[in-house]
Design a protein around this ligand. Structure first.
Ligand code: SF4
Length: 362
């Protein structure tokens, strides 16, 4: 294997999506997609609110029929994060969604059909500053590309992306975001690398059809993590066969791992061993859930015993270590006080809240 080439996500073109900028900076925006029928405004808005609360910054809905395109108007009124329409080829649905205030359209211009149709979508997007995401997918490459390569390849995916990009550029349209999805992780990595070398439009990362919560999380972490660590990617969607809130949770954890999510709590918990003195697994899970919505850069540590305990977690702003029938509360490796086991979790939560409040004030 050759040297790992570093890319700079900053060196991409900034594209506005509603009140969010994708590209041109070091941020990676978290996206997800609803699984409700878009026309069911109540259910869709409810799901979007849950996603927002979990930390989703841009949300996509399928616009697969006229009712869905019409629902965009009302959904927009009830949410505060940018809304993206997922459209396969029906330009009329794209026009309707744009008219109804959509913030971004995911459509491949090469699939729209006649030039006039493409022109009408691009014109509407230009008038309302609506960007277009070109979604290249290894599973649905154009026939001429598949004929050339015989099967989906990274080079073929790049050719597909350039084909769609050229159509938009010929119409002097440049508010473009591109995804190069594949469910095969090495293929997706290769395709995104080629894309990052070939053009400076922001990249939307995704490993498509990655699987269930467990397997999909591992696959996504491997693929997206590799790309993020190389400096590739301006927005990310983790695709899971699960509640979309789980996608956002995984994305947040992934971004935290690479220092790309500043305002979030990092939880460190010990791997457990025979020295364990408390029910660490349930404590760690409870604290993880508790801190998931706290927007402050706090490090929390949860350790099963005090033998190597506090000293092992010097970087933690706050932490607990189990002991017989009780626990130790510590800050930056220094013991603050002893707490009875039954109060350990509630005391830790109080301390976390106090720290979070401090951050809010500063
Ligand atoms: Fe074992 Fe204690 Fe270390 Fe946890 S903190 S792994 S229980 S020695």
């Amino acid at each position: 294997m050759g040297d790992v080439l570093m890319y700079h996500r900053k060196q991409t073109r900034p594209v506005r999506v509603g009140n969010v900028t994708i590209g041109g900076n070091d941020q990676v925006i978290i996206q997800s997609m609803t699984m409700t029928k878009t026309a069911d405004v109540k259910a869709t808005v409810e799901q979007i609110h849950r996603l927002e609360e979990a930390g989703c910054q841009v949300v996509r809905v399928t616009v697969n029929n006229e009712e869905a395109a019409n629902a965009v108007k009302q959904i927009k009124k009830e949410i505060s994060i940018p809304l993206v329409a997922d459209i396969h080829f029906d330009y009329k649905l794209a026009l309707k969604a744009i008219e109804n205030g959509i913030d971004k359209v995911r459509i491949n211009p090469g699939n729209i059909g006649r030039r006039e149709k493409v022109e009408s979508v691009v014109k509407a997007c230009k008038e309302r500053n609506v960007p277009i995401r070109i979604g290249v997918n290894a599973g649905s490459l154009e026939k001429h590309i598949l004929d050339k390569y015989g099967y989906p390849t990274a080079q073929g995916m790049l050719e597909s992306a350039l084909h769609h990009i050229r159509i938009l550029e010929d119409l002097d349209f440049h508010d473009i975001i591109v995804s190069m999805k594949a469910s095969d992780v090495p293929l997706a990595i290769e395709a995104y690398k080629l894309a990052a070398e070939a053009f400076d439009y922001p990249l939307h990362l995704g490993i498509t059809e990655s699987g269930t919560l467990f397997a999909g999380t591992v696959k996504s972490a491997a693929g997206l993590g590799t790309l993020l660590s190389m400096g590739i990617g301006n927005t990310v969607r983790v695709s899971l066969s699960a509640d979309p809130v789980e996608e956002v949770k995984v994305a947040r954890e992934l971004l935290k791992t690479f220092g790309l999510l500043a305002n979030a709590v990092t939880l460190v918990s010990c791997p457990t061993c025979g020295r364990i003195e408390i029910d660490l697994i349930s404590v760690a899970n409870e604290i993880e859930e508790y801190v998931s919505k706290i927007k402050a850069p706090i490090k929390v540590s949860v350790l099963g015993c005090a033998v190597n305990g506090p000293g092992e977690a010097k970087e933690a702003d706050i932490g607990i270590a189990g002991s017989v029938g009780e626990g130790l509360l510590f800050r930056h490796g220094e013991i603050v006080r002893k707490v009875p086991e039954k109060d350990l979790v509630s005391e830790l939560k109080k301390e976390i809240d106090a720290l979070a409040e401090k951050y809010e004030k500063t």
